[in-house]
Every structure is written in structure tokens, then in C-alpha cells.
Ligand binder design. Structure first.
Ligand code: 4NP
Length: 163
């Protein structure tokens, strides 16, 4: 039903301390600018349990702040089976996340769409690179890639909302 339905989007990476919370934060800022916060809910989680309960990686926090994003707090959580029923769209950040999500949520109701679907035209990457063992520049590149993906992502969000 137009203008009353809400969509829920879940970003997924491995640890839920770097890429997927960054995607959540960048997406939330995009939705705020677009006036869509009432219509779209975003969250993030990890396929692994290593960092459950941890805050955002300090290097990712620095990269986000450097790019002008505000951090409202985040505690890592692991993907759970019911996410596949409670979210409309699940967005894995890399190929391994995609494979793990498909395996863990086999047969789920949610649409599983890799983040690379919205990479800018001409971008030769096919996944959001894992910055965990990288340096500050790698974290900044991830934030930039996510931000550059938002125009095309927003086009799809608007389309989903009008379906
Ligand atoms: P994320 O990054 O999946 O983007 O949150 C990582 C976090 C932790 C590890 C790897 C990647 N780790 O190996 O502990």
C-alpha cells in the first residue's frame, strides 16, 4: 500500500564492526537527506560471532568521521535465522558474506542482494573489500565506495517503496 508500507534493510558483513555498520550509517544519512527515514529501517549484523557486543572498529569510526558521518552508537550482533523473515532486503558486503547468508537463511522470505549491485558505473570491484587487516586508506576507501553506491541504491529504495 503506497505511502504506508515500511521496508527493512539489513546490511551484513563478517564481524559487524567495519563494513556493514558503515553501510548502515552511510545509508541512514542518505535516507535522512532524502526524507525517507519514516519509510525505511536499516540495521546491520555479521555472519560470525567473533565480535558480538563490540563497538565499531575505531579505524572505521575515524574514517566515517573524516567523511563527515555521525556515529550514533552500535553494538555488533550476529545474523539470526529470523532476520530472513523480518527484513525485506538483506545486503551482504562481499562474496563470502553472500554465500554464508544464502546458506544460513536458505529459503528465507527476504531478497538477498549483494552490495555491489549499486557500485557506481565503471567501478571494477565486485565486492566491498575487507579493510580489517588494512590501513587507514583502506577504511576510507570502503566509506567512499559505500557513499558512491548510495545514488543507485536510493533509486532502488524509491522503486521498492512504490511497488
Ligand atoms: P567486517 O570486518 O566484516 O567488515 O566487520 C572484519 C571484522 C573482523 C574480522 C574480519 C573482518 N576478523 O577477522 O576478526
Amino acid at each position: 500500500m503506497l505511502h504506508t508500507t515500511k521496508i527493512r534493510i539489513l546490511f551484513v558483513c563478517l564481524g559487524n564492526i567495519c563494513r556493514s555498520p558503515a553501510a548502515e550509517i552511510v545509508c541512514r544519512a542518505t535516507l535522512l537527506n532524502a526524507g525517507l527515514t519514516e519509510r525505511v529501517e536499516v540495521d546491520s549484523c555479521g555472519t560470525a560471532a567473533y565480535h558480538v557486543g563490540c563497538r565499531l572498529d575505531s579505524r572505521m569510526l575515524a574514517a566515517l568521521r573524516h567523511a563527515g558521518y555521525e556515529y550514533g552508537g552500535h553494538l555488533a550482533r550476529q545474523l539470526r535465522k529470523r532476520d530472513g523473515e523480518e527484513f525485506n532486503f538483506i545486503v551482504p558486503q562481499d562474496d563470502e558474506n553472500l554465500r554464508d547468508v544464502k546458506h544460513m537463511l536458505h529459503g528465507c522470505k527476504a531478497h538477498i542482494i549483494p552490495m555491489c549491485k549499486w557500485f557506481p558505473r565503471g567501478c571494477d570491484l565486485h565486492e566491498v573489500p575487507d579493510p580489517y587487516y588494512g590501513d587507514a586508506a583502506d577504511f576510507e576507501s570502503v566509506v567512499q565506495l559505500l557513499a558512491d553506491s548510495m545514488p543507485r541504491f536510493l533509486e532502488d529504495v524509491r522503486a521498492w517503496l512504490s511497488e
